[in-house]
Design a protein around this ligand. Structure first.
Ligand code: SF4
Length: 449
């Protein structure tokens, strides 16, 4: 069977799609361009409104291929799959499988059985209490690409119920994976050549604090993974500020291979808005965490998520967000206008912020962020670091070949290297010589390794 997979949304979806691809390939299925596929898989996201609409648009577009082959069919997974569920079957009759994030473990078998015609339609929408281990595709090393970076799930779901968020409804309650299985997967990946691992979960700081927990905390898990011989870089995402333990903060100073970067979603810089968002921390607590983190690791690069125009956000609240962003000095941020998601508590909160006011706030915030990002990148000029190479740069300037990779904090670095050498997946020591708007330019200072 030829399949085509489309992924929307977060890193967890990207990782889920990589796993699904490998699981299907190990059954003899083949990835194909959209025009040739027999099965279409949409791994969806409903955190914001636009990605959800995009799913409907995409399904409408794919429907055209029925003229080429009336037997083609589609599967919708991820958050929109979970939320809209079986309603997809009537709206788009060629959708034969819907699955949520708890159902994905069984999606390869379901797709196989649909392709064989053994079943008409399948819905994998039940939530489970414990993390469902997924099959390990035979060629596990191929799951992750040649850049030698890999993502490893440590948990699924979330128990926090922030008032704007659909995750607890679409990905279910938090369930941690057994630490030994996490370490085992990481070890296998490192043995297969992976150099950088990102531990993934909706809220990694509360790892182990659910039914799946076996008394191993997230800080302990970090130590266990960091100890794997040959692992050059370790990262994790996402972190909820309210749950970050002092041991996790200390780990930034203790573990050499734990990268000096942390994505710590702040969401707003007004205590009032944070309270209505149900975030369970205030600005003081957030700033205390930042202080401790910088004591543990002075070169730590902090990034964040921000929502503007949450219901009831007044100009003074927004000003406080701008002040916090400036005070913390985030290297970059993902910022969005609040939008109502069905079923969440904030839908009923008023007053809603007028769309033009929301757009203006977002623009002001993003302008401020761009200034701060530029300053942060400028500070890197003259510093040295290793770059893990991801591929050739799109831009080939003057002579030589330009490569693109990431420094230890995850910043994009481009640098020139002699022609005829394949650097993908190599670590190259560089000195930063130029700071651009969103990236850095370096020059090589040593041999690739
Ligand atoms: S912590 Fe809040 S924002 Fe993050 S996934 Fe859980 S409910 Fe959503």
């Amino acid at each position: 069977m030829k399949f085509h997979i489309m992924t929307f949304g977060c890193q967890m979806n990207v990782h889920d799609s990589q796993w699904l691809t490998a699981a299907l390939e190990s059954r003899g299925w083949e990835q194909a361009p959209e025009e040739e596929a027999q099965v279409y898989i949409l791994n969806t996201c409903s955190v914001r409104e636009k990605p959800e609409q995009k799913v409907y648009t995409e399904l409408g577009r794919i429907g055209v291929y029925l003229k080429r082959d009336p037997n083609i069919f589609a599967a919708v997974g991820g958050c929109v799959g979970q939320q809209v569920g079986k309603a997809f079957f009537s709206r788009f009759p060629f959708v034969k499988l819907v699955f949520g994030t708890d159902g994905i473990a069984n999606a390869p078998n379901a797709l196989e059985s649909l392709a064989e015609g053994a079943e008409e339609r399948i819905a994998l929408l039940d939530f489970v209490d414990v993390y469902l281990e997924r099959e390990v595709p035979q060629d596990a090393s191929r799951v992750e690409h040649a850049t030698r970076q890999a993502f490893v799930n440590i948990m699924q779901g979330c128990d926090n119920f922030c008032t704007y968020c659909v995750v607890p409804y679409t990905r279910g309650r938090q369930k941690s994976r057994h630490p030994e299985l996490v370490v085992e997967e990481c070890r296998k990946l490192v043995q297969a050549g992976v150099r950088e691992i990102t531990l993934l979960g909706q809220n990694v700081n509360s790892y182990g604090l659910d039914k799946g927990g076996v008394g191993v905390t997230f800080a302990q898990l970090l130590h266990m993974v960091a100890e794997i011989p040959g692992l050059d870089r370790l990262r994790f995402t996402t972190s909820h500020p309210k749950d970050i333990a002092p041991e996790v903060i200390r780990a930034f100073g203790e573990l050499d291979n734990l990268c000096p970067s942390l994505h710590l979603p702040m969401q707003a810089g007004s205590d009032d808005v944070l309270r209505r968002m149900g975030r369970k921390y205030d600005c003081k607590r957030y700033l205390d965490i930042v202080k401790s983190l910088r004591e543990a690791r002075p070169d730590l690069s902090l990034t964040t998520d921000l929502i503007v125009a949450f219901p009831g956000e007044a100009e003074k609240d927004f000003q406080q967000t701008l002040e916090m962003v400036e005070q913390v000095g985030f290297e970059s941020s993902f910022s969005f206008k609040y939008s109502d998601r069905p079923g969440v508590a904030a839908v009923k909160m008023t007053p809603k912020v007028a769309p033009d006011v929301a757009a203006d706030r977002l623009l002001r915030l993003q302008n401020l962020q761009n200034d701060i990002t530029r300053k942060c990148l400028k500070k890197r000029v003259g510093t040295e670091d290793n770059v893990l190479v991801e591929g050739k740069s799109r831009k080939q300037e003057d002579e030589g070949v330009y490569w693109r990779g990431r420094d230890s904090a995850g910043r994009v670095v481009n640098f020139r290297f002699d022609e005829g050498v394949d650097l993908e997946g190599m670590m190259v020591p560089v000195r930063i010589v130029v700071a651009k708007k969103h990236s850095l330019v370096g020059e090589r200072t040593g041999e690739p390794w």
